[in-house]
Design a protein around this ligand. Structure first.
Ligand SMILES: Cc1ncc(COP(=O)(O)O)c(C=O)c1O
Length: 364
């Protein structure tokens, strides 16, 4: 049986060539392997037009490891982070800051509202102690697109630093260091760039990294140390996830061949439209207003029938070749469908058709 297609926000279904590039073993000291690391770092900088101003520091682990590394390394111990919150990943950032002993303030939104640049501006004016704003670009919990460009402009205007969690947007949605000033942007291998999970990366302003020596609470997550060591030796500081790195390189090669960020984002947007329209025809309403829906992952209200239970719905859709994702909302019964990754020959329509069959059974 072929493996089901993952309609999840990472890990996601990756191309065969990407999987195949994990069949070779690499020595972490080997110059050929280190050239792969260097190429990945350069290409990731180019995705956000940051080669002239920023450095790309890869980090072992899932995305959260890189988020924690960025906050712990780039926010000084006396720093104060403002977190506009409209979902679980924003809440995780605030939690990391508290655990690291960094002062933190939040602006709290409901789960179906985007962050407003005006609110961020008011908070910055009201509290001169704030040094950093930490923004989640696409809040994967509900699938909200937060207005990065407007917030970046406000943060820059008030002389503060912006740290962007772009975990589920990097490579698909526009992020441009030349027009959206940021101190750091964080993402990972297993999201829109369609590699396997296992490494993250932080694209950090060069001067900020240079200033960051000694800030970090952690040895393993010290981004400054990782960067300095890599610059000096071309190697990762501790054992790299070699197979993941090699596969990520292949994934980036395919990303570029597809047409880069614009083409990748366009493919996801087309899938997202097909998905929302197709599900609407089945009577399944998406949770967010269209103007704040990111073309990455869509939250749907659960079918209204009392016979619905996520677990059996999930199993029935899985039996037809697709893996759904549970909802992450605190107040409503929902499920999620990702628009990322390789969707197979039938595209996202295949998933809509699978859901249609399962609903017919449920209602029958
Ligand atoms: C916006 C965002 N931030 C952080 C993370 C955490 O990444 P991980 O689960 O890889 O640690 C995710 C995961 O999906 C995410 O979507």
């Amino acid at each position: 049986m072929t493996a089901p297609i993952l309609l999840t926000p990472g890990p996601l279904t990756i191309a065969l060539a990407t999987k195949q590039s994990m069949l070779r073993d690499w020595g972490s000291w080997d110059a050929d392997f280190n050239r792969i690391t260097a190429r990945i770092r350069e290409r990731l900088l180019e995705v956000v037009h940051a080669s002239a101003t920023h450095e790309c520091v890869p980090m072992q682990g899932s995305g959260t490891f890189s988020v924690e590394a960025a906050l712990g390394t780039l926010v000084p111990r006396a720093g104060h982070v403002l977190v506009p919150q409209n979902g679980a990943y924003c809440q995780r950032i605030a939690r990391i800051c508290r655990i690291l002993g960094r002062s933190v303030s939040t602006i709290d939104y409901p789960e179906d509202a985007a962050v407003k640049a005006d609110d961020v501006e008011r908070a910055l004016i009201g509290n001169p102690a704030i040094t950093h704003v930490a923004l989640v670009h696409c809040e994967t919990s509900a699938g909200i697109l937060n207005p990065l460009a407007a917030i970046a402009a406000v943060v820059a205007r008030h002389g503060r630093s912006l740290i962007i969690d772009a975990m589920s947007s990097f490579g698909a949605l526009e992020i441009d260091a030349r027009t959206m000033p940021f101190e750091a942007v964080i993402a990972a291998s297993g999201k829109c760039l369609e590699g396997p999970p296992g490494m993250g990366f932080v694209i950090a302003r060069r001067e900020s990294l240079q200033r960051a020596e000694g800030n970090c609470h952690s040895l393993a997550l010290d981004l400054h140390d990782q960067w300095v060591y890599m610059q000096k030796t071309t190697q990762w500081r501790y054992t790299p996830p070699t197979h993941v790195v090699a596969a990520f390189d292949t994934a980036i090669e395919q990303f570029l061949a597809e047409g880069g960020r614009v083409a990748r984002g366009g493919r996801y947007a087309a899938s997202c439209r097909t998905l929302i329209d197709g599900m609407a025809k089945l009577g399944l309403k998406s949770f967010l207003a269209p103007e704040i829906q990111a073309p990455i992952i869509v939250t749907f209200h659960a079918p209204a029938t009392p016979k619905y239970a996520f677990k059996s719905f999930y199993d029935a859709v899985k039996a037809r070749g697709y893996i759904l994702y549970p909802g992450k909302l605190t107040t409503q019964e929902t499920f999620r469908v990702g628009c990322m990754g390789q969707m197979g020959a039938r595209g996202i329509q295949g998933a809509v058709d699978a859901v249609a069959e399962v609903l017919a059974e449920l209602n029958g």
